[in-house]
Design a binder for this molecule. Sequence first.
Ligand code: GLU
Length: 488
Amino acid sequence: MSSKEIRTRFAPSPTGYMHIGNLRTALYTYLIAKHDGGKFILRIEDTDQERFVEGAVDIIYKTLKETGLVHDEGPDIGGPVGPYVQSERKGMYLDYAKELVEKGEAYYCFCSKERLDILKVNAEALKRPFKYDKHCKNLPKEEIEQKLKDGVSYVIRQNNPTTGTTTFDDVIYGKISVDNSELDDMILIKSDGFPTYNFANVVDDHLMGITHVVRGNEYLSSAPKYNRLYEAFGWEVPIYVHCPPIMKDAHSKLSKRNGDASFEDLINKGYIKEAVLNFIALLGWNPEGENEIFTLAELTEKFDYATINKSPAIFDPVKLRWMNGEYIKRMSPEKFHELASPYYEGVITNKNIDLLKISELLQTRVEVLGEIPEMVDFFDTLPEYDIAIYTHKKMKTNTENSLTSLKKSLPILEALSDWNIDVIHDSMMALAKELEVKNGIILWPLRTALSGKQFTPGGAFEIADIIGKEESIKRIKVGIEKLEAALA
Ligand code: GLU
């Protein structure tokens, strides 16, 4: 027997950035559909016109495209159940709300802002969550009709029972029952004629044939009210998959408002989009086995939404760095060079420097592309540095023996007719042997003089090779001068 095709939707509100939690929702939504060959739909939820942000929808398209979460239906490509932008569906909701009014499951409410404010203040004083008091539920029919005729501003509210319980199932959180006395008569249609998210999500998910509703667990507490709406209409309730929150630490949720990174922020810092997506997939879900590196295709094959964790996931930046480094190591040298190149711009201006050689050095050493400029700036110009960095306990170097090493190295290097890693290497090894000192006594001062830095990608031979003979000699002389001045 063939089962019903899975249809999932990602339904972002255009906020102007892609929050990490939203991207994870998009990913899980995509994976649930694609694991079973179903359809992944994009719906833009822009009914909150006050929060409208210019260009925000483009960020959603761009992120989905860049991460490979390709939708089958959506505002830009259309589909059988459009329009896919909620504001363009505005005219569709009122009739559904009126149907509920007819059924006694909803009612017109004409309460003024002042009256509602008083209710809110009272609730606050009693330390109770605000709940509308059903005042307009009991208005006589004639009065309602007169008010509507007179064009009095109104909203339509859901009419929830005050006794009994409502139960619903969530794949992650299980069976949840709430007392109906806790259910607020939430607004379905606002005074501007737009539906609330609370109403639109139910109508749209039904009309779009959504089988699995995937979203953040902040919607879990509203789910009983949504269930009542489905039931009032006599519609099939979708499978609910409410995802656990993503935490910054044990106490606070990851949030852009708290200064936490969005997807774009991470990309701008030099994280690889595939790595970010891979990392996000594991925030709240883990496949069996040790491996943690998966392509989107592999995730699609392995993903099982029934095994999403209920407990909050912690966003571990150290793990993200590690994972990003793994992606960098595994890419082709050509690809890495292409990604690294923009970071050399304005940092390495000397045309004689072979950037490919730098990329080769960096690929195994860099974890986040944004760190490249500070790692490579010394290739271009020798930075100001303190001679204290010549002294290294483990290498057994100090100001005196560093000076001796540089003075001995200088004429040998000056005399080399060829200039490449091998000849530089062999000449310096021979020197260490001749002087009967450990290699570090020669190499630490040399690398320090060549770079002016304590830490560098690559050692003395690679650096000398990249900056060239003339520049190397120049920098060694600077080193000698500095050390001599200190000892004078
Ligand atoms: N527009 C809602 C949001 O961005 C989506 C909630 C849902 O997926 O139902 O949070």
